[in-house]
Design a protein around this ligand. Structure first.
Ligand SMILES: Nc1ncnc2c1ncn2[C@@H]1O[C@H](COP(=O)(O)OP(=O)(O)OP(=O)(O)O)[C@@H](O)[C@H]1O
Ligand SMILES: [Mg+2]
Length: 424
């Protein structure tokens, strides 16, 4: 036994050095460990093993709420600052910008660190262990179009874990973690982890004895938050004046309303940056000179009453409903009574198809990297909330025509695989 060779002091220390597995997701997070060779996910909130990667700063108590409590505070209209999709800021200069949150000036590094520290604390309370090491998931590419940003993102996330109180952190590709939690079947398989911020792929081979071999991993910075943005730009932002004309204050000409503001408002991780006095001033100017002032008055409302996240949640739930039913709508009554944006399945498909096709193309590239013909894949393991989108499944099924699609553990496979890997 290893402990036979250690001093009493070292043995005591080794016993205290526990590793916590953390799936820090763009939309949802989970933590766990391996218990007797099985994954054990920590109950982060009553009855829940995953929780929204969301925080809410209460200016009165100065508390930072996380998870469902943070989402409830936002939905209940409590006064405070809400943040989500923080993972998408890793590797970008915005991560290091200071914001006034709950009476303190904080960078997003510290916000993520506090979120991770809260997970650590909850895990320690649930297990009565002390976790000094973290085993964290990471996408294959945080930034698939910019390798310098991609490297910086991991460096940033490491800094967050250290600030959260972990002594060290090891990273594992999220789809490889998901493979670890997948029951073996002989043949070639593809893990397709389509999450909130990224799409990640691992191509693998399993033999009759159940041994897995990773052949290639690949990824794309595209996920459910991008679906939300696209749907918002196409169906919601026009109600707020996107695409309408603004008269020049001096001459008689007109120009289209600036796209940037609407793009930011439709993008989860950029919503906090819209919340600024100069943006509100710009919106009021647009409403004054706009040819469709009623629509721009809604934009002014959204900014004045800080409804950007409420609108994003409405788009997200509209998307999930439209995925299940032929008729759905996006409820915008928080902006104006009776305001709803219809989202029939056909409109959803129109907004989503190019994105689903990009996912298919990168899954195909993953197979090419592994040198596995798509026709030989007998299983596609669907992981991640966005793998539940019918359009994504259709594209992946078309790519691998001889494969069965399995979405059984879509929402917990990454966390479970990381948890199992803490025993390595
Ligand atoms: N039933 C559903 N149908 C369609 N989409 C869904 C459903 N449930 C969740 N989603 C979407 O899945 C995404 C979140 O998935 P998931 O929790 O796997 O992401 P994540 O792990 O946080 O992100 P990432 O791994 O990319 O960092 C969100 O965009 C959400 O809107
Ligand atoms: Mg994920």
């Amino acid at each position: 036994m290893l402990t036979d060779f250690l001093t009493a002091n070292q043995t005591a220390k080794a016993k205290r050095m526990h590793t916590l597995a953390i799936d820090f997701g763009t939309s949802n997070s989970a933590a766990g460990l391996s218990v007797n060779g099985a994954p054990w996910l920590i109950e982060m909130e009553p009855g829940e093993s995953t929780l929204p990667t969301a925080v809410f700063f209460d200016p009165h108590s100065k508390d930072m709420l996380i998870g469902h409590r943070a989402v409830r505070a936002l939905i209940n209209g409590e006064e405070g600052r809400f943040l989500r999709a923080l993972k998408s800021l890793l590797g970008t200069p915005l991560l290091h910008e200071e914001r006034r949150l709950g009476g303190e000036k904080l960078t997003f590094v510290t916000v993520i660190a506090r979120f991770l520290a809260e997970l650590k604390q909850r895990a320690e309370a649930a297990t009565r262990l002390t976790f000094t090491q973290a085993l964290s998931g990471r996408p294959v590419y945080f930034h698939s179009a910019d390798m310098a940003r991609n490297a910086k993102a991991e460096e940033d996330l490491r800094a967050c874990y250290l600030e959260a109180g972990f002594e060290s952190v090891t990273f594992m590709y999220e789809p490889i973690a998901a493979l670890r939690a997948t029951a073996p079947v002989e043949g070639f398989g593809l893990i397709a982890d389509i999450g909130g911020g990224t799409s990640d792929f691992t191509v693998f081979k399993q033999d009759a004895a159940g041994k897995s071999e990773v052949l290639a991993s690949h990824g794309l910075r595209l996920g459910g938050t991008d679906f939300d943005r696209q749907i918002s730009i196409e169906t919601v932002m026009p109600h707020f004046g996107a695409g309408s004309n603004i008269r020049d204050s001096f001459g008689k000409g007109t120009q289209p309303a600036p796209k940037r503001l609407f793009n930011e408002l439709a993008t989860w991780q950029l919503i906090p940056f819209v919340d600024a006095p100069e943006t509100r001033r710009l919106a009021r100017d647009l409403a004054q000179f706009g040819e469709e002032p009623d629509k721009l008055a809604r934009l002014v409302n959204v900014l004045e009453y800080e409804l950007g996240h409420d609108v994003a949640f409405a788009v997200e739930s509209g998307k999930i409903n439209a995925n299940k039913a032929a008729e759905a709508e996006i409820n915008l009554t928080m902006v104006e009574p009776r305001l709803k944006a219809p989202l029939p399945a056909q409109t959803l498909a129109q907004a989503m198809r190019p994105l689903a096709q990009q996912i298919k193309a990168e899954a195909s590239n993953a197979l090419a990297l592994a040198d596995v013909p798509a026709a030989q894949v007998n299983r596609v393991i669907l992981v991640g909330g966005s793998a539940l989108m019918g359009l994504v499944q259709t594209e992946l099924a078309a790519l691998c025509p001889n494969a069965s699609l399995d979405a059984e553990n879509a929402l917990t496979a990454v966390a479970a695989g990381l948890a199992l890997s803490t025993a390595d």
